[in-house]
Design a protein around this ligand. Structure first.
Ligand code: GLP
Length: 263
């Protein structure tokens, strides 16, 4: 696992956006570049930077196919807290050459959730898998909506959200946890770790425990993010604030190993 520590959220975002743009630009295969994407506050800075690079013609999305991590069950696309809405509002609508038919987001209004999830997995497979999955994590270490004790080999499916997650996410729902949907559709931990590369953004004091669990903890279904330790191409991009629970030797090790990446 690589851990790239930047001074702050802004630098973390610039570094991650440049990393993704480089990967897209160096993709020379006939098939499209397949990019997995998250929602949440963590990736907003990366989306802003990628939009800038796209507008400056430094990266093109014309040969990129995207798969989003998750979607609330029961929220229509038009709901301003649906992840469909979030992705278009914060990213897709601002790209100059993203093809609408290349955007894949789980349908939270489906009347056949199991079928929807099965088809999502099949569609990912039809492209030959995901080249790079960008993610964020929850305070409890959930990756996509794979809450603690979700199997580390799980596939795309229906997930129940914990009360903790609904409380954390209630900031987008008028601070009322009851307004946060109790279920979601989500890629599985196995879906994420099947990707060739996984890039997870972790920033802020409130993610410090989750970062330590991801990097230093035991591989455990209690912290689903810890599954990344078993992945051969996992990168954590984080900021200084999130490093508060790392041991000093771990922190120093990664600063040294990744000193050329420091912005
Ligand atoms: C939600 C999403 C996750 C996301 C997490 C963290 O629960 N389902 O995919 O990683 O929130 O969000 P934030 O980046 O806002 O802290």
């Amino acid at each position: 696992m690589r851990v790239v520590i930047q001074e702050d959220y802004a630098k973390m975002s610039v570094w991650a956006a440049n990393y993704i743009a480089d990967k897209i630009n160096s993709h020379k295969e006939d098939r499209p570049f397949v990019l997995g994407l998250p929602t949440g506050s963590s990736p907003i800075g990366v989306y802003r930077e990628l939009i800038k690079l796209n507008k400056a013609e430094k990266v093109s999305f014309s040969n990129v196919v995207t798969f989003n991590m998750d979607e609330y069950l029961g929220l229509p696309k038009t709901h301003d807290q649906s992840y469909w809405y979030f992705m278009h509002d914060n990213f897709f609508d601002h790209l100059v050459d993203m093809k609408k038919e290349n955007i894949n987001i789980l349908n939270g209004m489906t009347d056949d959730p199991e079928g929807e999830c099965r088809r999502y997995e099949e569609k990912i497979a039809s492209y030959g898998g995901i080249d790079l999955f960008m993610g964020g994590i929850g305070v409890d270490g959930h990756l996509a909506f794979n809450e603690p004790f979700t199997s580390l080999s799980s596939r795309t499916g229906v997930r129940s959200l914990t009360t903790d997650t609904r409380i954390v996410n209630s900031r987008f729902f008028g601070n009322d946890p009851d307004k946060v949907p109790s279920k979601a559709l989500s890629v599985g931990i196995g879906t994420v770790t099947d990707s060739k590369e996984v890039l997870v953004l972790i920033s802020g004091h409130n993610k410090a425990r989750a970062l330590a669990a991801t990097v230093e903890g035991s591989v455990s279904q209690k912290w689903t993010c810890s599954a990344l330790q078993m992945h051969n191409g996992a990168i954590i991009a984080c900021d200084e604030e999130a490093c508060g629970e790392l041991t000093v030797d771990t922190y120093k090790y990664f600063l040294d190993m990744e000193k050329n990446e420091r912005l």
